[in-house]
Design a protein around this ligand. Structure first.
Ligand code: APR
Length: 235
């Protein structure tokens, strides 16, 4: 009997209890930085050093970060289900928790790649370099001589993995959404690709801007909400 498939879409909220600031909550990253300066393609070309410093700080924080009970519970689902994690997060906590299939929609903090020309967000996968938790600075060049840039999808750039994510959501028997304000597209529209008979569970302590009769909203933080979700699965 093939295992049932669960697609798990996660956002910054799943890493909040690991000590990472979310983006849009009070005290979130977009209250401390102007998103256009540090997370947009225009910001990159306006001030590369500011952007490199922003991601260096976030990458350093990742070195000692630990997955929390929610990451671990999501990884634990693999015992009984085929689990595909689709994350908007650029941290590696799902992988550290043991999830074996993680699709990053917005890139990965430990990776960099050459900036291939003005407003050119195309790249070859073999150009992507994993720098671990090291800083990357102005003057650090790729083998092709171009300045290294974060392997992060900046606002204004394409989301190359969205097609794969749509396939995973439409193949899912259950869709679980954890810790995302569902305000950034195309990720926020992924739930619409769930089949009409696929139950959707959303774990978030706040209201979320989607209303669909398939949705069960578990209004708890991720670690508590995962316990509630697992109990619902047993029924
Ligand atoms: N447990 C679960 N959810 C939480 C917790 C928690 N402990 N704390 C906060 N949340 C919820 C908030 O209520 C909110 O709905 O997590 C969500 C965080 O929303 P955002 O800060 O908007 O983060 P996210 O949805 O991941 O942002 C999407 O925006 O800035 C870009 O590229 C960036 O990937 C990011 C994208």
């Amino acid at each position: 009997m093939a295992k049932k498939r669960i697609a798990v879409l996660t956002g910054a909220g799943v890493s909040a209890e690991s000590g990472f600031a979310t983006f849009r909550d009070t005290g979130g990253l977009w209250e401390q930085y102007n998103v256009n300066d540090v997370a947009s393609i225009e910001g990159w070309y306006r001030n590369r050093e500011l952007v490199l410093r922003f991601y260096n700080d976030r990458r350093r924080q990742l070195r000692d970060a630990r997955p929390n009970a929610a990451h671990l519970a999501i990884a634990g689902l693999e015992k009984d289900y085929r689990v595909d994690v689709i994350t908007q997060n650029v941290d590696n906590l799902h992988e550290k928790a043991g999830s074996t299939r993680v699709l990053h929609l917005h890139g990965e903090l430990t990776k960099v790649r050459p900036e291939n020309g003005l407003y050119d967000d195309t790249y070859r996968t073999d150009e992507v370099i994993d720098v671990g938790f090291e800083d990357v600075n102005l003057g650090d060049l790729a083998p092709n001589g171009q300045q290294l840039r974060p392997h992060i999808v900046f606002f204004g750039e394409a989301v190359p993995n969205i097609e794969k994510a749509i396939d995973l959501v439409s193949a899912a028997d259950i869709l679980l959404i954890v810790g995302t304000s569902l305000q950034v597209y195309p990720a926020a529209g992924l739930y619409r690709y769930a089949r009409f008979d696929t139950p959707i569970y959303i774990i978030d302590p706040q209201d979320v801007p989607v209303h669909d009769k398939r949705i069960t909203h578990i209004r708890e933080v991720a670690t508590k909400g995962m316990e509630t979700f697992l109990k619902m699965l047993e029924k």
